[in-house]
Ligand binder design. Structure first.
Ligand code: MG
Length: 365
């Protein structure tokens, strides 16, 4: 089997409401969709959701990277995923577009094998419970949003915090008071606190039964995060601090977190994600699978990974639920209450896209 054609399209997705985190606020996302064709009639789909703030890439840099990578892929056997990632390493950064190409390649491999991607990668479970994220607002507004989401069937809430330590404590208290004791609450400070603030807040909110705290301090302060972990009664999860397998090794050496959040957009796809999970599992660190602002295309790839690997025990795959627009017309990951599943179909199981939403950019053949 050989790759005969690579196409890239742009799509803009509006959020249901302005989404605010400690790093900034946004109301929409512009993503790239790739389609990879083969000489055996199979087509694979992938998606990139670049972010200057987190993955340090953008639509512009992704397209520059694709100008270099796409011609190299023509004629290559898409099942040679290890070789393809060797080609990827010749282009600096741009993990988001590499993730898009990687998931399209896995889509093709699954179709060729007649297996869903999660069965190719490990097939550990058949469904996974996701949390749902609440952006930063006033304590009262966040409590109201929390009640609405619990009524919709979500049993795990992820609260964005990290703007002001005292207000953050109020936000967490307001949500816990409004949803009662049966709902799991995770918090994500997106690097918003100093080491001292993080230790202080986490000791104050421990009484509200917080499952874990994501990225309390700056991404490049692993030593600081290790100090927070040592003095926090709440487990610490690294997100922005760990992009790829090499970062995971550094984190393990410094014993800086209890959990690592894997995102396809940070690490460059399923292939690297498995390496991160292997390192973490061997070091006794659990994984979460998270997301950026992806549509259901990349979310579907994330659900496949979560279902494949035992070490991914937490799931934060909710961006398609927060988006007002959706590019998948048929197939892909489903949601029932807070349970995500993928179709038992070959590849990613995405049957059709809303083609009229896609803006064609370029084709290589
Ligand atoms: Mg995070």
């Amino acid at each position: 089997m050989r790759i005969t054609k690579v196409e890239v399209y742009k799509v803009t997705l509006r959020y249901r409401e302005v989404f605010r985190i400690a790093l900034g606020a946004s109301s929409r996302t512009t993503n790239l969709i790739v389609k990879i064709y083969t000489d055996e009639g199979m087509m694979g789909i992938g998606e990139s959701c670049p972010s200057r703030r987190i993955t340090h890439d953008s639509i512009e840099t992704n397209l520059e990277a694709l100008e270099l990578l796409a011609p190299k892929l023509i004629g290559v056997d898409p099942t040679r995923i290890e070789y393809i990632h060797k080609l990827f390493r010749k282009v600096y950064g741009n993990p988001s577009i590499k993730a898009a190409l990687d998931m399209a390649m896995h889509d093709i491999i699954g179709k060729a094998a007649g297996l869903p991607v999660y069965k190719l990668l490990g097939g550990f479970r058949s469904e996974i419970v996701t949390d749902i994220t609440i952006g930063i607002k006033s304590p009262k507004e966040m409590a109201k949003a929390a009640v609405n989401l619990v009524e919709k069937g979500f049993r795990t809430l992820k609260l964005k915090v990290g703007v002001d330590p005292d207000e953050d404590v109020e936000r967490i208290k307001a949500v816990r008071d409004s949803v009662g004791g049966d709902i799991a609450i995770r918090i994500d400070a997106n690097q918003g606190w100093s080491v001292r603030e993080a230790i202080d807040v986490l000791n104050k909110v421990y009484r509200y039964d917080i499952q874990l705290c994501e990225q309390p301090v700056k991404y490049n302060d692993l030593e600081g995060m290790a100090r927070v972990k040592e003095r926090s009664p709440i487990p610490i999860m690294a997100d922005e601090s760990v992009h790829d397998a090499k970062d995971a090794i550094k984190l393990v050496k410094l014993n800086a977190a209890d959990v690592v959040n894997i995102k396809l957009m940070k690490c460059g796809g399923l292939h690297e994600a498995i390496k991160i999970a292997s390192i973490c599992e061997s070091a006794g660190i659990s994984n979460m699978i998270g997301c950026m602002g992806e549509s259901r295309i990349a979310i579907t790839a994330g659900v496949h990974l979560a279902m494949a690997l035992e070490n991914i025990i937490y799931c934060d795959l909710d961006s398609d639920l927060l988006n007002l627009d959706e590019v998948v017309a048929e197939g892909g990951a489903s949601i029932e209450g807070d349970v995500r599943r993928v179709p038992d179909a070959p590849g990613l199981g995405i049957k059709g896209l809303k083609e009229d939403m896609l803006v064609f950019i370029k084709r290589w053949e």
